[in-house]
Design a protein around this ligand. Structure first.
Ligand code: RUB
Length: 309
């Protein structure tokens, strides 16, 4: 039996009412907390069965954000290890879900502090889509008195760039919004590109909003530093054992009305892959790493992937 809050959370994630990999992970953790709180399971097996099924429903809501299965696994693996009865498992689920949310919020703050050290007064920063981790770096630098300017892309077709510029404008940070295809034109005047990540593979490739890899190419050509801001739960353990990160393909109607374009195939991949050669550094809550160190992060954080448990 799937509790109402889990279905609701999965639906909000799928419809992108909740979006951005970090928020998606926190939303899933809160849904599991609520599932545990309201569970009427009579025994341990029933309780764990409900929790596992809820985890599956949540994970299937959006395929590219590895933060989602990582959040679910963070909670489930700890709860499953406990030999306790239903009441003990319930309170363990609640406390573990809360711990995940807290850890996640702290990580975003820490990334801001670490990443801001790489930002100089007067920097022009380009960003893409809307990433809380990337914005944490920019806003922390601003709070430290660094007078940065931001160039933000719209991020078609869902225009998450609008969220970014509204937030920046509210904070008084000078920002310019451009269409996605103008990124190369503006790159000449940029000092750093800072983006977030949905997933990071074992080889250091970053999966982020469609268009990110074009920014990386343009930055590479213009010798502009390309920086990724990502919490460690965005690294994908399954890529260590050979799995690929699935790139979500969203409905064509988000791009254009198919009725108006009869006989035309409309494609809408939501994410793309930026190869590690185009990434200068990844800022995590544990420190700054080169993309080539992704393997080490995954091994340290998610050793279970290698053990196969
Ligand atoms: C959002 C996106 C963001 C990452 C990181 O895509 O690509 O850059 O999720 O975000 P969508 P954050 O809008 O399709 O979810 O740093 O906030 O976790």
């Amino acid at each position: 039996m799937i509790c109402r809050d889990v279905r609701l959370a999965a639906d909000r994630i799928a419809r992108m009412e909740v979006r951005g990999a970090g928020k998606i992970a926190r939303c899933a953790a809160r849904a599991l907390e609520s599932c545990a709180s309201s569970s009427e399971a009579k025994n341990r097996e029933e309780f764990l069965g409900e929790l596992e099924e809820s985890g599956r429903v949540l994970i299937s809501a959006r395929p590219s954000a590895v933060s989602l299965p990582n959040a679910v696994r963070f909670i489930l693996s700890r709860v499953k290890e406990s030999p306790g009865d239903v009441e003990e498992l319930r309170s363990l689920t609640v406390s573990t879900a809360r711990a995940f949310v807290e850890k996640s919020l702290q990580a975003v703050k820490m990334i801001g502090e670490i990443g801001a050290r790489r930002v100089r007064d007067g920097d022009v920063i380009m960003t893409h889509c809307h990433s809380n981790a990337a914005l944490s770096v920019i806003t922390t630098a601003w709070e430290q008195g660094k007078r940065v300017r931001v160039i933000a892309t719209e991020a078609r077709p869902r225009y998450q760039g609008h969220i970014t510029v509204r937030l920046l404008a509210k904070l008084g940070i000078p920002c310019t919004m451009i269409v996605d295809s103008a990124a190369r034109t503006f790159m000449k005047g940029v000092d750093k590109v800072i983006v977030g990540a949905d997933s990071i593979a074992a080889n250091g490739a970053v999966i982020n909003k469609i268009g990110t890899s074009q920014l990386a190419l343009a930055a590479n050509e213009a010798r502009v530093l390309f920086m990724v801001a990502a919490e460690s739960y965005k690294f994908s353990p399954m890529t260590l054992i050979g799995e690929l990160v699935e790139i979500e393909e969203r409905p064509p109607r988000e791009v254009a009305d198919p009725e108006e374009f009869k006989g035309v195939r409309i494609r809408n991949p939501a994410f793309d892959v930026t190869p590690p050669e185009y990434i200068d550094l990844i800022v995590t809550e544990k420190g700054v790493i080169p993309p080539q160190a992704a393997f080490v992060v995954i091994k340290e954080e998610f050793g279970w992937a290698l053990r196969g448990d």
